[in-house]
Design a protein around this ligand. Structure first.
Ligand SMILES: NC(=O)c1ccc[n+]([C@@H]2O[C@H](COP(=O)([O-])OP(=O)(O)OC[C@H]3O[C@@H](n4cnc5c(N)ncnc54)[C@H](OP(=O)(O)O)[C@@H]3O)[C@@H](O)[C@H]2O)c1
Length: 361
């Protein structure tokens, strides 16, 4: 197939925990030889390695707005998996997609990665009493304040769909856990660890005991990384097969969420892992003291202890069948704690604020 006839796919975050898992699946897609995949990457080493997989690396940053517009203007399909909350890059991508529509008359498609945090409350660890939000209940989702997490980007994307120059699909994952596999992991260029749960692992390593915020009663949603990536591909496939039948725009919100846990449950599992690994002495978890909240979370601790209860009804109606639930989540705790401990031992996380640094360690 000549490169002119290929489906041009532009993805951002191709080496991320989620993005790498999605890219691997795109490469395994039955007619992937019909794709020209361009991938934004800000490491030249990773760019070279992506080339060996037949990907066209676009070397640059998510803050290179002109570059994002240019690349989006060449794409039939854009999949963003870098930053749910950065509006200027999202706006630059929308501008490029608009240019493509004006130039070609086609309607490019955008799958954007958001997060379920826009339906969370401010439980501060004290309760799990918060409404369940279905991704089919668009009125309820639209009733959340525009100031909720991720809405700053999701709302303009939905508005662009309404304007008609693109079709938008927003995937909103819960707290992602699990182990990615595939070519990018084998090449050593994919993040293999999530973000939010490891904050609690790192802090627990430093205090040698699992900790929870408030009473640990807040309920949080979770989803496996491979199940999450499967949803991206299921959606991608459905859009390619018959876009008119796939909800988009204001209705095109797809939760990726498959189980729930409380702040206490995860802290207890961490304590047990620490005992098993010979780091901790008590299998019980304790509530963080005021001093610990300040030390480890600064003033951000309420953001880590909401109740958030999304239901992935629209995703399931599309055919999504996640395989990994709460047992898998709890089973993932010990290897994760072991991994972070093996990297730096207890000292790295003492007197520091794990939430404040970007490093995966
Ligand atoms: N993980 C979760 O639990 C979760 C849950 C809900 C929503 N999300 C959202 O999903 C998105 C992806 O999450 P993730 O866990 O996969 O994150 P991640 O592992 O950190 O992946 C981010 C990707 O973006 C790339 N990147 C970061 N900054 C960049 C920049 N300035 N320029 C170009 N590329 C850049 C990274 O490249 P390098 O690796 O080379 O730096 C990586 O490929 C985020 O928006 C996140 O908020 C994640």
């Amino acid at each position: 197939m000549s490169s002119q006839n290929k489906l041009n796919i532009f993805i951002t975050g191709p080496t991320g925990y989620i993005g790498g898992s999605v890219l691997v699946r795109l490469l395994q897609y039955p007619d992937s030889n019909c794709f020209q995949i361009s991938a934004l990457v800000h490491s030249s080493t990773k760019a070279e390695k992506l080339k060996t997989l037949g990907i066209r690396p676009v070397l640059g940053s998510y803050s290179d707005l002109d570059l994002l517009t240019r690349e989006a203007a060449e794409a039939d399909f854009v999949i963003t998996m870098t930053d749910s909350d950065a509006l200027p890059p999202a706006a630059a991508i929308l501008a490029g997609m608009k240019q493509r529509h004006v130039k070609t008359g086609t309607i490019p498609k955008l799958i954007h990665t958001s997060g379920v945090a826009f339906v969370m409350d401010n439980a501060m660890g004290m309760h799990g009493d918060h409404p369940v939000y279905s991704d089919l209940d668009i009125d309820a989702i639209e009733a959340v304040p525009d100031t909720q997490f991720h809405r700053n980007v999701d709302i303009p994307i939905i508005a662009a769909d309404k304007e008609g120059y693109l079709m938008s699909y927003i995937i909103a994952p819960a707290n992602v856990f699990g182990t990615p596999t595939g070519a990018l992991v084998d090449m050593g260029i994919q993040n293999e660890h999530s973000f939010q749960l490891p904050i609690f692992y790192k802090i627990a390593i430093s205090r040698k005991q699992g900790g929870y915020i408030g009473a640990g009663k807040n309920i949080l949603p979770a989803v496996d990384v491979n199940d999450t990536a499967d949803l991206f591909l299921l959606l991608f496939n459905a859009i390619r097969s018959n876009p008119e039948n796939v909800a988009h725009g204001r209705e095109g919100i797809y939760f990726a969420a498959n189980c729930e846990y409380t702040g206490y449950e995860i802290a207890k599992a961490i304590s047990e892992a620490l005992v098993d690994l010979g780091i901790g002495s008590s299998p019980e978890a304790t509530s963080f003291t005021k001093a610990e909240l300040k030390l480890y979370f600064r003033n951000l601790w309420p953001l880590l202890a909401p109740t958030c209860r999304p239901r992935a009804d629209r995703s399931r109606a599309l055919g999504w069948k996640p395989h990994h639930g709460k047992d898998a989540l709890l089973a993932s705790v010990k290897p994760e704690v072991e991994y972070f401990f093996s990297k730096v031992g207890v000292n790295k996380y003492t007197n520091s604020c794990p939430i404040a640094y970007n490093s995966r360690l």
